[in-house]
Design a protein around this ligand. Structure first.
Ligand code: BGC
Length: 471
């Protein structure tokens, strides 16, 4: 309550549109939402499209794996370059470039005459998603006020989940006709939306100061946050940049930045090794094992159990990430994920009869999957992106986020590649048991290593890390 009234008081000093809505909120929200949508849609759409591509081109499982995974590889490469582009060109121009790649890559996929062109299109899309996945949360974290930063970066995660849901829905709707070219082509719309959102935003003040454009930085703060904020913000950003003006990649390995890197990379890996994308990509298979027999029964169930639950539970994070803080959400969510994985481990100890969705193991699989997805959605999903975007000092934020985000995509790639191999090799139950084990280790690591950052300005967060590193 007190937080809300603070926010509303703050609004009085800011530029308002529609009477009372702050301008910065609209601009930052639009970037956050459109880049998240692109991330989710382009990652999610392939699930329902791949079998129709296979019908047309007649490829085997190796090529199927390539087509599925090349978005992830492209995103890894895009993320690695994304930080450099965000520093050199600005966060805004990096986002605009990413948006053009999304449009171009979607068109290439939609008109692809051959598998090679299709894979090239997937890679281009991936590069766009990767660049945006560094530049967007960075831009959002740098532009939102400290008290609402968690909520705004979590809004990005909300949009990712909506993107995945929309993709599943489009796949479902178009599956009768098998029009895969339309499914992937619609990705261009996400690029166009990102372009529309990114063009009007002013550059991030933190970036402008880092390239010596102080007057423009003052103007940017005045425009989005109001005149009352200009002096205080300029002073805080400049003081932070003065502490450590140079910004080499090797600076990431020194002092507070190194601590931040360990936390960010650790969380990036944990977000993936606890199995979210394996469960999302293979949800139909899990549902089949749990007794949902036909492809359309599986698609329908996973639209709700995965897609919708993922969207809805993210609202819990939006409501609480800036009130309760990052750590309580992480610990509570990972406990829920552990319960879900334990349920899946137990379910698959039993053989189920296909079609028998009401048997105890069948419903347990479904409930466990829902618990797992919902728990991820209010914890590791939004909170990891939030923390990655806030722990690095201003001067190395772009580089640090590049590394952490690329590691996140790399881990996603490895896990989705290994998951089917593990299922075949050690079986379903042991595979989920292994993910549960990773979750336990991850919880212990988070409890020990991840500090609470709610409510602090980015400069205070980086001071917190450098203080810790000297003790
Ligand atoms: C993760 C993705 C995941 C998505 C699911 C994101 O935060 O980075 O890998 O697919 O959440 O909602």
């Amino acid at each position: 309550m007190s937080q809300d009234s603070d926010v509303i008081e703050g609004v009085e000093t800011q530029q308002l549109i529609f009477g009372r809505w702050p301008l910065w909120a609209t601009l930052v929200g639009a970037v956050s939402i459109t880049s998240g949508l692109a991330f989710g849609y382009d990652q999610g759409v392939i699930g329902g499209a791949i079998s129709f591509m296979q019908d047309e081109f007649g490829f085997g499982s190796f090529v199927e794996g390539m087509i599925t995974s090349w978005v992830t590889i492209g995103a890894l490469v895009g993320a690695l370059f994304g930080g450099g582009l965000a520093d050199r060109w600005s966060r805004k121009k990096a986002l605009i470039f990413a948006a053009y790649l999304l449009v171009f890559g979607s068109i290439v996929q939609a008109i692809a005459p051959s598998v090679v062109v299709l894979i090239a299109g997937r890679f281009i899309i991936g590069a766009g998603v990767g660049i945006a996945s560094v530049a967007a949360p960075m831009f959002v974290a740098e532009s939102a006020p400290a008290k609402l930063r968690g909520r705004y970066v979590s809004g990005y995660q909300l949009a990712i989940t909506i993107g995945i849901f929309v993709a599943q829905f489009v796949d479902y709707g178009l599956s009768e006709d098998g029009t895969w070219r339309l499914m992937v082509g619609l990705g261009a719309a996400t690029g166009v939306l990102l372009l529309l959102a990114a063009y009007p935003v002013p550059h991030s003040a933190r970036w402008l100061i880092s390239v010596g454009r102080r007057d423009d930085a003052a103007e940017s703060i005045r425009k989005v946050r109001g005149a009352a904020e200009v002096e205080g913000q300029l002073a805080a950003i400049e003081a932070d940049l003065q502490d450590q003006p140079s910004a080499e990649w090797s600076d990431l390995l020194i002092g507070g930045a190194r601590k931040a890197l360990i936390v960010a990379v650790g969380l990036a890996i944990i977000q993936q090794i606890t199995g979210i994308n394996a469960v999302i990509y293979y949800s139909n298979e899990i549902l089949a094992e749990a007794g949902f027999e036909t492809a359309s029964a599986q698609a329908g169930a996973s639209l709700i159990a995965v897609g919708l639950v993922n969207v809805l539970a993210t609202f819990i994070a939006l409501a609480f990430v800036d009130r309760l803080g990052r750590r309580p959400l992480l610990i509570a969510g990972m406990t829920g994920m552990l319960a879900g994985l334990a349920g899946l481990t137990i379910t698959f100890l039993y053989e189920t009869t296909p079609g028998d969705t009401h048997s105890i193991p069948g419903s347990l699989a479904l409930i466990s999957m829902v618990v797992f997805i919902a728990s991820f959605a209010f914890s590791l999903g939004p909170v990891v992106w939030t923390i990655i975007s806030e722990v690095f000092p201003n001067q190395v934020r772009a580089k640090g986020m590049s590394v952490a985000t690329a590691v996140n995509w790399g881990a996603a790639f490895v896990l989705t590649l290994l998951f089917p191999i593990l299922l075949d090799g050690i079986g379903h139950s042991a595979t989920f048991g292994l993910l549960a084990f990773f979750t336990v280790i991850s919880m212990l690591w988070v409890a020990r290593m991840v500090p609470e950052t709610k409510g602090k300005t980015l400069e205070e967060v980086s001071a917190m890390f450098s203080d810790e590193s000297t003790t």
